[in-house]
Design a protein around this ligand. Structure first.
Ligand SMILES: [Fe+2]
Ligand SMILES: [Fe+2]
Length: 322
C-alpha cells in the first residue's frame, strides 16, 4: 500500500494548478464597487442624528426576504472565521497565498454591499442586525465537519460557494426590488467564480490522491452544514428559506451536489483503491437516501403551501368568489 501524501506534499504538488487557476480567476473577475449598487438617495438619519429610528412599516421586504437577507449577510459577516480556516490549511506562500488574500478581499465586498443596502433602504432592523452580528461573529463558524485540513476544506468550500450562489440569487428574486436583485446577482457571480477555483483545485487533488480525497468529499457531503449554521434564528430562517425555495433540499441535491460530483466524474472514475471505493459507495448510499428525503420534503411543502393558500382564501371570501 502506498503511503498517504502529507498536506505539504499535496499543496506543493498542486501549486502550479493553483497558479493557473488564480490567473484564470484574475483574468475573468470584474472589479466592481459596492457603492454603485446602493440607492443612497433613499437614506436618512437615525434618531442619534436627529432623524427617526427603524420601525417595521419602513421596510419594503417580506418576512421571507428579510430572513434570507439577514441569513446571507450574517454568513458573509463571518468571513474572519472562514479566512482563519482557509489561511491555516492552504499555504500562504506563492499562488496559494495570493489566492487566500484575493478571495478574502472579494468576499468582504459581499458583506459591505448587502449591509449598505439594508441600512439605507431600512429593509431590516439595524439594531437587531448588529446584535445578531455580534453574537454570530463572537461564536465563529462552528460546524466541525465542514472544516479540517486542506482536503476537507477545499471540498467543503466548493459546495459552500455554490450553495451561497444559489441562496443569493434566489434571495434577490424574493426581495421584489430590482436594485436588490441586481446587487445579489453581482454577488452570486463572484460566488460562482470562487466555486470554480475550489472545484478545479479539488479535481486536481482527486487526480493526485484519489484514495485520500474521496473520503474527504464523502465526509463533507454526509455532514454538510451551511456556513451560517448556528447563527441567531438559524432554524426559523432556514425553514422559511426552504419553504419558499431560496435554499431547499432539492436545490442542495440537484443544483449543488450533483453538478459538482459530475464535474469530478466521481461515479465513473476507475482510479480508486479500496479506500476510495468504500467512500464512494458510502456517498452513493447517502445520495439515495437524500433523494428520498427530498421527495418527502417536497410533498410536505406542497401540502403546507396549499393549506396556507386555502386559509388565506377563506379569510378573504371576495377573493375566492372572483
Ligand atoms: Fe460571499
Ligand atoms: Fe465566495
Amino acid at each position: 500500500m502506498t503511503e498517504d501524501l502529507t498536506q505539504l506534499e499535496i499543496l506543493t504538488a498542486l501549486e502550479p494548478v493553483a497558479e493557473q487557476n488564480l490567473n484564470r480567476h484574475l483574468s475573468i473577475a470584474k472589479d466592481w464597487n459596492p457603492h454603485d449598487y446602493v440607492p443612497w438617495e433613499e437614506g436618512r438619519n437615525f434618531a442619534a442624528m436627529g432623524g427617526i429610528d427603524w420601525e417595521p412599516s419602513q421596510s419594503g421586504l417580506s418576512d421571507v426576504a428579510k430572513a434570507a437577507m439577514i441569513t446571507n449577510l450574517l454568513t458573509e459577516d463571518n468571513l474572519p472565521s472562514y479566512h482563519r480556516e482557509i489561511a491555516q490549511n492552504f499555504s500562504l506562500d506563492g499562488a496559494w497565498g495570493t489566492w487566500v488574500g484575493r478571495w478574502t478581499a472579494e468576499e468582504n465586498r459581499h458583506g459591505i454591499v448587502i449591509r449598505d443596502y439594508l441600512v439605507v433602504t431600512r429593509g431590516v432592523d439595524p439594531v437587531a442586525l448588529e446584535q445578531a452580528r455580534m453574537v454570530h461573529m463572537t461564536q465563529g463558524a462552528h460546524a466541525p465537519a465542514n472544516w479540517g485540513g486542506f482536503l476537507v476544506n477545499v471540498a467543503y468550500v466548493t459546495f459552500q460557494e455554490l450553495a451561497t450562489r444559489v441562496s443569493h440569487r434566489n434571495t434577490g428574486r424574493v426581495c421584489e426590488d430590482p436594485i436588490a436583485d441586481k446587487l445579489l446577482a453581482r454577488v452570486a457571480t463572484d460566488e460562482n467564480l470562487h466555486m470554480i477555483f475550489y472545484r478545479n483545485l479539488c479535481a486536481a487533488a482527486l487526480d493526485l490522491a484519489p484514495d485520500q480525497v474521496m473520503p474527504a468529499i464523502t465526509k463533507v457531503l454526509v455532514n454538510f452544514q451551511m456556513p451560517g449554521a448556528g447563527m441567531p434564528n438559524w432554524r426559523r430562517n432556514g425553514v422559511l428559506m426552504a419553504k419558499h425555495g431560496i435554499y431547499d433540499l432539492r436545490q442542495h441535491l440537484d443544483e449543488v451536489i450533483r453538478p459538482v460530483l459530475k464535474n469530478w466524474n466521481v461515479f465513473d472514475r476507475n482510479d480508486f483503491g479500496a479506500r476510495g471505493e468504500a467512500a464512494r459507495d458510502e456517498l452513493a448510499l447517502f445520495l439515495d437516501k437524500l433523494e428520498k428525503d427530498v421527495l418527502r420534503f417536497e410533498e410536505q411543502r406542497d401540502r403546507l403551501l396549499a393549506r396556507e393558500l386555502e386559509v388565506a382564501e377563506r379569510a378573504t371570501p371576495s377573493a375566492a368568489a372572483r
